[in-house]
Every structure is written in C-alpha cells, then in structure tokens.
Ligand binder design. Sequence first.
Ligand code: BTN
Length: 261
Amino acid sequence: MDTIVPLNIDGVRKALSGGIVGSAVHYHALLPSTMDEARRLALDGAPDGTVVIAEEQTKGRGRFSRVWVSPPGLNLALSVLLRPEIPQLPYINMAAALAVCDVVHELTDLSASIKWPNDVRIGGRKLSGILVETDMVGRQLNHAVVGIGMNVNLDPSQHPEIAEIATSILAESGREANRSEALRLLLGHLDRYHAEIRGGASLREPWAAKLETLSMTIQVRWGDDVIEGTGESVDEQGNLMVRKADGSSVTVVAGEVTLQV
Ligand code: BTN
C-alpha cells in the first residue's frame, strides 16, 4: 500500500529563506497542472524563483503533450518560474536535471544518469521528467517555467501503466524518503545552479558528464523523422550531435531518444 505523508511546506519555506528559487512557494492539494498555475502567476508579475507545488494534478503533462502519471501525495510535482536572459535559457533544463541527480545521490547514494534531453533515470527506468515552457513575445523572453516531476515514494508495481518504465527513490533504495526533505534539497540545488547560471557559468560540462546518451547507439525520433547513429556530444545549447553510420553528423535540437542495447 502507498503511504501518504503530507508535505511540510512551512518547514521547506523556512529552510529555503534567502535564495531566489523558493522565494515564494505556493502549495496546492489539487491543481490541473502546476505549469499553468506558474504561468498564470508569471503573467501576474510573480517574482523570479516562485515555486508552485501540487500534491495532485488532474492534467499533469510531459513533453509531447504526454500525460504525466503521478499518484497523489507520493511524489513531487512542481513548477518553478524563472526569468532568465535568453542565453541562459538552455541551462535551465540542465540545472533541473542536475539538481534531481544531486537529490537522488544525497538520498540514496546512487548515481542517476540523464537520458537526453531531460529524463533522469536509474537502471534504464525513469525517476524524473523535466519540462521547460517559455513565454516569448517576439524575440523577448518574458519568463520560463521549469516543471519537475520526481518519483519519490511511488511503488511502480502498483501502477500498471508505468510499472515497466518508472522507478522512484523508494524502489531504488528500498526505503521511503521524506518528501519535504527531498523538496528542500531539490530547491536548494536548483537555486545553487540558478545562481551559477546568473553568474555566467555554463552547465554543459556537468550535464554532459551525466548523459547516458553519449557514446551509445541511439535512435532519435521527432515526428515522422528518425535518425540513427551514435550520440557523440552536446553543444552549449544542449543540442545533441549524432554521428550516423555513413560518417555524417546531425545536430538534433529536440526529439525522443531510444537507446539501442
Ligand atoms: C516529461 O518527462 O515529459 C516531463 C514531465 C514533467 C512533469 C511535471 S510534474 C510538475 C509539472 N506539471 C506538469 O503538468 N508537468 C510538470
């Protein structure tokens, strides 16, 4: 049986005081999607670093408009409003994935990896997904919302639709984790990476070091287009260079990667 312990949001707020990420934390028992609420707050003038977290989402979404499955009260489902400069934008996705990897390591001592561009995985199973949505007006970036779904105390075997593809902190460590602690750690790491980005740092290297997609034979699908080859490197924008069998190189800016084993 899944055990539900509510988040201690006041404790998280207190522990975070001082940083940009988490300068405001909006907590909801139920929302359609934290992405939409964060966007609404952004358009209302909410400050950089505002966090929206929900115990349950009725319309949680992932990339390619997929449904994000996360049973109430077991995991973390949150969105963070950021107002980066355009050159910093590619690092936002990297920051979120790296922050999740750091939390996983702190809570389990395990090393998670990243399937390009943004799935955090252990043993080939997905522990976390990241979704970045931006609001551009012409060439001006108004804001970005980074959504993070992180499986904490999910028992994947109880949820047939994701049982074969998902994992969680619980499934990997055999122990339930304190979700409030996981949230505090996650926002703390995200704030640290965000400060690095604002200071002009690139996150390409630490992110690339975590990518399981490099040196692997992969297939990248984008709509009806399929590219096969070896994941070779990533550039500063986070684009993936794929070396095809004929020796040519293709730069992939978006798509769904399958690792060939
Ligand atoms: C993906 O793997 O495709 C990205 C999944 C992102 C899910 C999170 S859960 C919190 C936030 N709200 C949403 O509706 N989606 C993101």
